[in-house]
Write a protein of this length. Sequence first.
Length: 459
Amino acid sequence: MTNAETADLRSDTVLQAGDLTIDLSRHVVSRNGVALHLPPLSFRLLHALAARAPAVATADELLSTVWSGRVVGNETLTQRVKLLRDALGEDASQPQYIELVRGIGYRLAVPVTAAASASGDAATPAPASGRRRLIIAVGIAASVAAIAIATVPRLAPPSVPAPSVDEAAQRGDGHAAYLRARFFYDRRNEGDLTAAVRLFKEALQADPGNAKAWIGLASSYRLQALKADRSQKKRLVDGQRYALEQALALEPDSAAANIRYGRLLMLLGEVERGMERRRRGVSVEAMDPEALALQAGDLFTFGRVREAYERQRRSAELDPLSAAIHINLSAMARAVGELEVGRRALATAERLFATESYYERAHYAIAEGDYDEALVLAERVDEPRQRCEIQLLAQQQLATDAAAIDAAQRCVVADRSFTGEAVLATAAALQGDIEPAWRILDDMEVAAEHGAIDVKDWL
């Protein structure tokens, strides 16, 4: 394909790059009929290289095209090329698809041709279910803080009494204190986090080599910091960092410790170290339900939604009594279109919490096209931003009350955050305009790479 031919390259073209088929209208890359998972930024990088083939795409051209004018550097491009190679199964030392031209940029090492147009007979139009899954995924992005076990549950847990630990106490090794600390950490009634911190410390006094107790202490500090004032926050962040470093000294391959430490480092501005820790944590084979849930949260943020869902489901199987794990499984199941699995997880979470999540229920109503029911449920959502979100998404679909749509949109626009933008992108996608949805998923990747998501999500 010549540069002249690529100058008017349309977004509905299907390209053939060696054995790769790049469907630009559906944002899908496949090899020999098998779809490959490429996050939005990786897809755009591959598209940019294909558009320049067989010529070399300079680093400046790629930075401008792929990141749409955002201020990023060559290090970001190098990392994105690595991620694209990983997705394609390519070894950088023996490149099959992407060649580095030192001092200039990159080029595709395979021939590129225009295979077909998505508007022609040979192309397959994007299925409605695919568009709806994109809409659901962006809706989940609007609530990204919920996609991790570490988040504070939106539901108020019941006042369950603390269990008796007389039998464990006879061990005399701090295990009893650890069990009680875990109970209070999971329950999270008023004062429970303070009790959890005290008991984790008792467990560590008895056994300083208990890596899980160090992780539990760090997690408790993290949740306390979410509601702390500025004067307290630094002390809690320092305590979190110290506890995680102790855990990693004991268990360097701990998935939970690596992911938590990586998130903290990114919050503190150590982006590259943080990303490396998070990738290490995701790559470890985990059997602990909390570690699996943390891995699911990071995989989701990296755009690997199906993998995130599978690990969250495994986490729920290993810990069927954790309401927080089930509420997050419910959200992830929506993201991949597994609505029945998600509804069952939501019902389990509500049963364990002994209350109802009207926000999650409303999102299921929207996913299933029951917009009137979504509006009824929205009235019972306590948090104003979440209530406005549901009202906007449902009212736009009903299109019967212009004043209500305008009011809900003003409410969402007032939330000048990543979350507010994601809600507006979801609303646009429901109306058939998916470009804002792709942009917000791009932004989600950039935010994850650069630690730019709201600090509450990463503390």
